[in-house]
Design a protein around this ligand. Structure first.
Ligand SMILES: CC(=O)SCCNC(=O)CCNC(=O)[C@H](O)C(C)(C)COP(=O)(O)OP(=O)(O)OC[C@H]1O[C@@H](n2cnc3c(N)ncnc32)[C@H](O)[C@@H]1OP(=O)(O)O
Ligand SMILES: CC(C)C(=O)C(=O)O
Length: 518
């Protein structure tokens, strides 16, 4: 049996299901490019039938990504499979992933069918999907709670119907490692045609066992593993792919598994996904948490000073986290910025050096030393910036103090017009938000407002994340500045710009429909 492990990333599908605000198409393409660069074999880009936005992002990812295979999800329903095939058809090679539940509880309570009917739906869907591509994956949803006889039957019939990959998900994260490994062993012992397909696993983290279960399954013979970066996903999330990759790379003494992933891309990819998805990483998270490579107590520090491997089983450099030796200040030039960004894993094309340098100088003038996380934050912010933004912040001012209402005023460029407005509020941010609402003439419902510092110290770069609902959709905006009021205004205006763009798309679609009908 080959020991090559196929890495299947579902950050843009299962991971995206858990986000409070949906990602824009541009952001999803940015994530797909990072995953491609990391050497992910299969990128599950979305669930095209679920919305026009998801359809469009799968279409654009399929047209952009060349070195990973792009995949889309569908229920065992012809309309879903048609949508997936249509969204994927610009890719040279693509995968259609179709699924249906196999556990008694899902079959009876959710699908309201019997197992025989579900078996027919599954094999019918696989045969139908095979008309569009040879690469069809089938998942037995809730396999972890499926009676083993039924699971064996389903896997055998799925392979007969043409599934090249059969995925065994522990959908609700219920099993333990020996139990889940046992299910895979059972399938290999009992399903007669099992060698005609790749057996895959997809584990959730409800009991914190998703990575352990995935590894147990690989030891039992599975050869594809599914997960997400930073472990984001439904409820407690999915198996964290960066953890699985580092287990495979670090424990070569135990397993002889190969995988295509480039671990040096892990840190940067993880940071990109955390920033774009507005999902902070807990500091003690394995591999990518801020403390994953820091040592706090004397005995550990003494050990690491004598020999790093006393307390480090892998180096930060191995995941692309480079220790800084050059201080970045307003006296630094473009060469060192380019060099430092390259050390952090960013390449030419990821940023415009002149623009990034200008932003760096503005920041360095305000705060003296600029750190790696500041540079990365500037880069994310620049990449989010919309050159054709309808609303642009020209000035923001506030007056506030104890025992006073705060007064905020803003000057906005709105299209070709400059608008100035002021308002009072319960605090400085509230007053600025009200002034912006007056200037734009549009009210939006704020859902969350988070202020964070990018580093310690009074001169830290402040990051503001705002989510707001408009017309039944949730939008996310991020602002970044040494001035937290300015960062708040930027974050809110980003949301206004996203809404404006969405409204323009809706108008164009309505116009197209009208002219088609006329
Ligand atoms: C374990 C997982 O992560 S699975 C993936 C989950 N992801 C998502 O659900 C994301 C996107 N989902 C959506 O946009 C919508 O739910 C849609 C477009 C798929 C369906 O929307 P609706 O048609 O309004 O149906 P709704 O979501 O309310 O209910 C799901 C229906 O699909 C059926 N269904 C669920 N899974 C499957 C399946 N794999 N194959 C066939 N039918 C299924 C359910 O039984 C239910 O059918 P019913 O209407 O006859 O009771
Ligand atoms: C669709 C399948 C693979 C899934 O997401 C799950 O079972 O968790």
């Amino acid at each position: 049996m080959s020991d090559q492990i196929i890495l299947f990333d579902t950050t843009l599908r299962d991971g995206e299901q858990a986000l409070s605000a949906s990602l824009s198409v541009k952001e999803k393409v940015q994530i797909a490019l990072a995953l491609e660069r990391m050497g992910i074999d299969i990128i599950e880009a979305g669930f095209p039938v679920s919305s026009p936005g998801d359809f469009d992002s799968v279409r654009q990812i399929a047209a952009t990504i060349k070195n990973s295979r792009v995949c889309a999800l569908s229920r065992a329903v012809q309309g879903d499979i048609d949508a997936a095939a249509q969204a994927l058809n610009s890719a040279e090679q693509f995968r259609i992933h179709t699924f249906i539940s196999t556990s008694d509880i899902h079959v009876q309570s959710k699908l309201k069918r019997d197992f025989g009917q579900v078996l027919e739906m599954a094999t019918g869907a696989i045969r139908y999907a095979r008309q569009f591509t040879d690469d069809v994956e089938f998942s037995c949803e809730d396999a972890g709670r499926t009676p083993i006889d039924n699971l064996c039957r389903m896997v055998e019939q799925a392979i007969k119907a043409g599934a090249r990959t059969v995925n065994i998900p522990d959908t609700v994260g219920y099993t333990t490692p020996s139990e889940f490994g046992g299910i895979i062993t059972n399938l290999f012992e009992r399903v007669p045609n099992i060698d005609q397909a790749v057996i895959s696993v997809h584990c959730h983290d409800d009991l914190g066992l998703s990575v352990a279960n995935s590894i147990a399954a690989l030891e039992a013979g599975a050869r594809q593993v599914e997960g997400t970066i930073n472990g984001i996903g439904e409820r407690a999330g999915n198996a964290a792919l960066e953890e699985i990759i580092m287990i495979l790379k670090t424990r070569r003494d135990r397993f002889d598994f190969q995988c295509r992933a480039e671990p040096k891309e892990i840190y940067r990819t993880s940071q990109t996904i955390s920033a774009l998805c507005n999902m902070p990483i807990q500091s003690n998270k394995a591999i990518v948490g801020a403390n994953a490579f820091s040592h706090s107590s004397g005995i550990h520090q003494d050990g690491v000073l004598k020999s790093q491997n006393t307390y480090e089983i892998m180096t930060p450099e191995s995941i692309g986290l480079v220790r800084n030796t050059l201080n970045l200040t307003s006296r630094s030039g473009r060469h060192v910025i380019k060099h430092r960004m390259a050390e952090l894993g960013y390449r030419e094309g990821d940023f415009d050096l002149d623009v990034l340098y200008q932003r760096f100088l503005e920041l360095a003038d305000k705060k003296g030393q600029v750190f790696d996380y500041d540079m990365e934050a500037l880069l994310f912010f620049e990449n989010q910036r919309d050159d054709q933004a309808h609303y642009v912040l020209r000035q923001v001012n506030v007056q506030s103090g104890t025992n006073h209402f705060a007064t905020g005023s803003v000057e906005l460029q709105i299209g070709d017009t400059v608008v100035t407005e002021a308002a009072t509020g319960n605090g400085p941010v509230d007053s600025v938000f009200k002034a912006i609402e007056r200037a734009t003439g549009q009210h939006i419902d704020l859902q969350s407002f988070d202020i964070g510092a990018q580093s310690g110290g009074h001169d830290a770069l402040g990051k503001v994340d705002v989510t707001a609902e408009f017309d039944g959709r949730t939008f996310h905006g991020m602002g970044l500045s040494t001035d937290i009021i300015e960062a708040s205004a930027q974050a809110l205006l980003r949301i206004y710009n996203l809404i404006h763009r969405q409204q323009k798309i809706n108008q164009q679609k309505a116009h197209k429909r009208f002219t088609e009908e006329a």
